[in-house]
Design a protein around this ligand. Structure first.
Ligand code: TXA
Ligand code: MG
Length: 315
């Protein structure tokens, strides 16, 4: 079934909030580009985003908020970060900040990072939906992986119409390019993606130059900004059963015990449980055997993550 494309009205905002509460996916207009929104706190809904976009990896997603209270509950703001937020929110600026302890954004939405990308969009429909929903929404650009970002509801329908539940049509996006993404190493600002807020405006606001993460002189910024969750335990992939002393991460019908990502072999369920189960086993075992996971659909992203976790430990 193709997702209905509906205008922005109080009843369609209420319908969208209801779909999101049930774990569904709704495309929403923002001032930058259309986003594919899901409940940030629901890992199964987040897994559906990755599935719908056909992303081969769990790229971290931006959490969209609609108040200072919501923002402060999810991320830890330094003075510099607060200065930028005060100057440009609501608007096309995303800040990458330490995730707040007790925040609601799921591990899967952060792709296991201990930082969170957070933005308060300016678009009125996006803001009313987040406010009606009452919690942050994660929303990557609403295009298939590898395609350009959509700036009209028709673009979303062409890419994702068959894969999502509803498209809110707010007309063409005003800014038409993605938000600027700014990270910090301590108080030092690092540009992670140029976008809707021109970098010179940010530099004036902060009173200091901003390095690009692509600048070779920029103290290994991406490495320092990315601290992925990596298990301490050694991982053994494609294991049919655990050996003595190993924890077991199972998938599909299994008699071997351990924790099962999805007894029925559902890859969306498996993706939604991956980070929590890895952490639980990591806390109890020095070694973890991992059952084979098919490379189809979300299996590609799950296996990418498992291979990187296994490789880190080995090398
Ligand atoms: O304008 C926008 O930002 C749009 C609208 C919908 O808000 N969203 C958007 O999301 O462009 P997406 O997922 O297409 O791009 C988000 C970028 C990705 O490149 C991701 O790697 C990066 O943000 N990102 C997210 N969380 C991050 C983090 N914790 N650290 C570094 N980069 C992060
Ligand atoms: Mg994108």
């Amino acid at each position: 079934m193709t997702a209905p494309v509906v205008p922005i009205l109080p009843e369609t905002i209420a319908l969208a909030a209801e779909i999101l509460s049930g774990g569904g996916l709704v495309a929403i207009p923002t001032e930058t580009v259309y986003g594919l929104a899901a409940d940030a706190s629901n890992p199964e809904a987040v897994a559906r985003i990755y599935e719908a976009k056909g992303r081969p990896r769990f790229n971290p997603l931006i959490a969209h908020v609609a108040s200072w209270e919501m923002a402060e509950a999810e991320a830890v703001f330094s003075d510099a970060a607060r200065t930028c937020a005060r100057a440009f929110w609501p608007g096309p600026l995303t800040l990458v900040l330490p995730a707040a302890p007790g925040g609601q954004v799921s591990d899967l939405a952060r792709a296991g990072l201990d930082t969170l990308a957070i933005r308060w969009p300016a678009h009125l429909a996006a803001r009313s939906l987040i406010t009606a929903f009452g919690r942050p929404l994660v929303a990557p650009s609403a295009n298939l992986s590898g395609h350009v970002s959509p700036t009209r509801a028709e673009h979303v329908a062409a890419d994702l119409g068959e894969r999502i539940d509803l498209i809110l049509d707010g007309g063409p996006c005003e800014v038409g390019m993605e938000s600027t993404i700014l990270g910090f190493i301590g108080e030092t600002p690092v540009l992670l993606r140029p976008g809707g807020v021109p970098t010179p405006l940010l530099e004036v606001t902060l009173g200091r130059p901003i390095r690009s993460h692509e600048d070779p002189n920029a103290i290994n910024a991406p490495g320092q900004l990315k601290s992925h969750y990596a298990p301490k335990a050694r991982l053994r992939l494609n294991a049919d059963a655990p050996e003595d002393g190993e924890g077991f991460l199972a998938f599909g019908p299994s008699v071997a015990g351990g924790l099962n990502l999805s007894p029925s072999g559902d890859l969306v369920e498996a993706a939604s449980k991956l980070f929590a189960m890895l952490r639980a086993l990591d806390a109890r075992f020095p070694r973890i055997a991992v059952a084979p996971i098919p490379e189809t659909g979300l299996g590609e992203a799950i296996n990418d993550r498992l291979r990187r976790a296994a490789y880190r430990e080995a090398g």
